[in-house]
Ligand binder design. Structure first.
Ligand SMILES: Cc1cc2nc3c(=O)[nH]c(=O)nc-3n(C[C@H](O)[C@H](O)[C@H](O)COP(=O)(O)OP(=O)(O)OC[C@H]3O[C@@H](n4cnc5c(N)ncnc54)[C@H](O)[C@@H]3O)c2cc1C
Length: 399
């Protein structure tokens, strides 16, 4: 493991820091505008200087830079020091854009990529169904090519569930069964669908926190043009697994765990237990030290992966462990915070928007259960580590 950067990269860091000095916070004339316009202005400058959307070609609104994981890491470190905006968040940016760049047609890229990057088009992900979550290839939503008023079109029937923020989205990327006679995985295609049409009903689901972050989505003869399929018919399984190969700007998110643990330490200092700050209590100290061990291991595992990636080595099963470790730490930190604050925390009313008081720990506790499930549950992560990382036999039933 090599934790130092060479002179060329240190020079790059200085250049990034100088750019930030001149652009964030934004200059006075821009600072008068609303926050989202300030961010949009800043992102445009950052793209022009090659700091954001580095793997996206210029013709689609990116900065088209050579893949360099160390540069990407330096940019992230310097931007986060001054809290400058990074790439706009959202399922479209994180999941659809890389997939289209890798597997989409030129027409699909032109139609969707830049408007997704700027946030004009918002996307939802339509994978899970009531009986197809971990076993996603059992999905039953079906799509058939039929004649429509403007040529052939896909007609979609079925139901998706847990679609994050679908009530606010314009489009959805959907896995649907188009080849009913083919095998479980081979019969699936990846379709893009306009959500604003009569054949689609979106019902938000009320969560334990009081919020409504995800939805059920019903398709009753919903339509989409024949050429809004990404990849070939029956290739949807492969397309859905495609990831951005150029520059993985985030390996595992250990920094999130570090930041969360620091907040927990602060809470332990401020909370009184048996007439003294909780951080002096031996049992609490013991739990804190154990947790810190996990956080530091996660952090140094990330450094190791970064060194390996820079040396063009495959991090193997170590890289497969990130999600499981990150979400476990998130849950354990929140569980200790709950014990410090007492069970009354559970009676607090749900908060709308960003929580700032003790209730933020309630959100963390509930949210940590969600992120451990989303994108593949902890058990599924363990299966992946065992089968793909350690080479253990595959589960029966897998094809
Ligand atoms: C916050 C959040 C956001 C989400 N957003 C989206 C979204 O935008 N779009 C979308 O399509 N989906 C979304 N999902 C759904 C998510 O992908 C599924 O919930 C997840 O894949 C698990 O599927 P399931 O809920 O059907 O649980 P199940 O698959 O029924 O699993 C139930 C339990 O059985 C265990 N289990 C299942 N199979 C195995 C196995 N083979 N080996 C060992 N244990 C197993 C699981 O670990 C789990 O504990 C979201 C979920 C959450 C929590």
């Amino acid at each position: 493991m090599d934790l130092s950067y060479n002179a060329e990269y240190e020079q790059f860091r200085t250049t990034v820091a100088e750019f930030l000095k001149g652009h964030w916070p934004v200059p006075a004339e821009i600072a008068e505008q609303p926050r989202h316009k300030q961010e949009a202005w800043f992102r445009t400058q950052a793209i022009e200087n090659g700091y954001l959307y580095r793997s996206v070609p210029k013709e689609f609104g990116g900065s088209e830079q050579e893949a360099d994981i160390l540069k990407a890491t330096i940019i992230r470190e310097e931007f986060s020091k001054v809290r400058a905006p990074m790439e706009a968040p959202g399922i479209g940016n994180m999941m659809l854009v890389p997939t289209l760049l890798e597997c989409g047609t030129q027409a699909q890229k032109e139609r969707f990529v830049s408007k997704t990057l700027t946030g004009e088009y918002k996307w939802a992900q339509g994978y899970s169904e009531p009986n197809a979550g971990s076993d996603l290839a059992s999905l039953r939503t079906r799509a058939e090519l039929r004649d429509g008023p403007e040529g052939q079109q896909w007609v979609i029937n079925g139901q998706k569930i847990w679609s994050t923020l679908a009530q606010y989205a314009d489009y959805m990327f959907v896995l649907a069964r188009t080849e009913p006679d083919a095998g479980k995985h081979a019969g699936i295609s990846y379709l893009l669908i306009d959500l604003k049409q009569p054949g689609i009903t979106i019902r938000p689901i009320k969560q334990v926190t009081g919020g409504t972050e995800f939805c059920e989505v019903f398709f009753d003869d919903a339509c989409t043009p024949a050429d809004w399929i990404v990849g070939q018919r029956g290739d949807g399984w492969k397309v859905s697994k495609s990831t951005l190969k150029h520059e993985r700007s985030s390996i595992g998110g250990a920094q999130t765990s570090v930041n969360l643990f620091e907040k927990l330490l602060q809470l332990a200092k401020e909370t009184t237990l048996n007439g003294q700050p909780a951080i002096k209590d031996p049992i609490i100290r013991d739990r804190l030290v154990t947790l810190e061990g996990y956080v530091q291991s996660h952090l140094y595992s990330n450094y190791r992966q970064l060194s390996m990636a820079a040396a063009k080595q495959n991090s193997g099963y170590v890289g497969l462990m990130n999600k499981l470790i990150n979400t476990n730490i998130g849950h354990e930190v929140a569980a200790l915070a709950k014990d410090l604050l007492g069970e009354n925390l559970l009676y607090m009313p749900p908060t709308k928007g960003r929580a700032t008081g003790p209730e933020k720990w309630l959100n963390q506790l509930m949210g940590s259960l969600g992120v451990a499930i989303a994108g593949g549950t902890s058990n599924i992560q363990r299966n992946i580590i065992a089968e793909r990382g350690l080479g253990l036999p595959r589960e029966s039933g897998d094809t």
